[in-house]
Write a protein that binds this ligand. Structure first.
Ligand code: ATP
Length: 283
């Protein structure tokens, strides 16, 4: 009896796994490239670059006087940019007046909450949306959406802004900026002077805005809280960018803190060339 010779085993053709291409990173909604700016003859910023992506939070850190507010002011069109450029939603706005930038989709919550203190909460909101040229009825409708988001403002809509607590004024300042339907929001130290529980609330609001697709440029002294919600972190020191990287690469905020946020020891050589900005994490 002969054993049958087994059929030659023909290997199954291997179908290659379909390769999913990496999604292209979204275009930055705000691209600040190598700007110099200051006050009169005083140059504060030297070649500062910052980027903000839609639906992402970029955090700008630095010690007092590093140039964070000046950067926001230059982006908003409140300080002249003498070198470099600012692009908003793909358009060069370097020399565009501040009011036009707002119409294009730039929102700005200044440090110290520039509210109209003698006007009511509702009037402050309506004034915030005024630049869009909407009817009063449309503005009132938008104000209603702000009361849904910030119920305390709805409860106090007839109160004067100056009578609100610090945290409520901060909510109002953010709501006022949102009235103009921005796509990029600049927030200058929204947690300044607020109790820790309110800081947590403000950070939660900023995260919500990100989820809704806004690009946020957040300046903060509360570095740990800010980095926790950040997608990208840029650190300024004496008007120059010294760190610029995705937040996931920042392992220890205390290192940044001791080097650049007040501590003057362990400061690395800031004359070294600054690497180009990295793309956002998870993009
Ligand atoms: P802080 O956390 O204290 O707000 P910052 O990083 O926002 O600091 P900026 O307010 O941008 O710093 O100030 C940067 C530099 O510009 C500082 O040296 C400051 O003294 C100077 N400066 C700010 N505002 C003016 C002004 N209106 N006129 C002249 N110099 C100014």
């Amino acid at each position: 009896m002969t054993t049958p010779t087994p059929d030659p085993v023909t290997p199954e053709p291997v179908t290659p796994e379909p390769v999913t291409p990496e999604p292209a990173p979204p275009e930055p909604a705000l691209r600040v490239q190598g700007i110099a700016s200051g006050y009169g003859d005083i140059q504060v910023l030297r070649s500062v670059s910052v980027q903000v992506w839609p639906g992402r939070i970029s955090v700008l850190l630095g010690s007092n006087g590093a140039g964070k507010t000046t950067t926001l002011r230059a982006v908003a069109g409140l300080n002249r940019v003498t070198v470099g450029s600012v692009q908003l939603l793909g358009r060069d706005v370097t020399t565009m007046p501040a009011s036009e930038r707002i119409r294009m989709g730039l929102g700005f919550v200044m440090e110290g909450k520039r509210l109209f203190h003698r006007r009511t909460v509702e009037e402050n909101l309506l004034l915030g949306g005024y630049s869009k040229g909407h009817s009063r009825r449309a503005l009132r409708h938008r104000a209603e959406t702000m009361y849904e988001r910030f119920p305390v403002l709805g409860e106090r809509k007839r109160s004067r802004a100056g009578e609100l607590s610090g945290g409520q004024q901060q909510m109002l300042a953010i709501a006022q900026a949102l009235m103009a339907e921005p796509r990029v929001l600049l927030l200058d130290e929204p947690s300044a002077g607020l109790a820790p529980v309110i800081v947590t609330q403000v950070m939660a609001i900023v995260e919500e805005l990100k989820i809704e697709g806004l690009g946020v440029l957040l300046v903060e002294q509360a570095a740990e809280e800010a980095v926790r919600i950040a997608d990208h972190v840029t650190v300024l020191d004496v008007g120059r960018v010294v760190i610029d990287r995705p937040a996931r690469e920042i392992e220890d905020v205390s290192v940044i803190r001791s080097a650049y946020l007040g501590g003057r020891r362990n400061r690395p050589d800031t004359t070294a060339p600054v690497p180009p900005p990295a793309e956002p994490s998870g993009a």
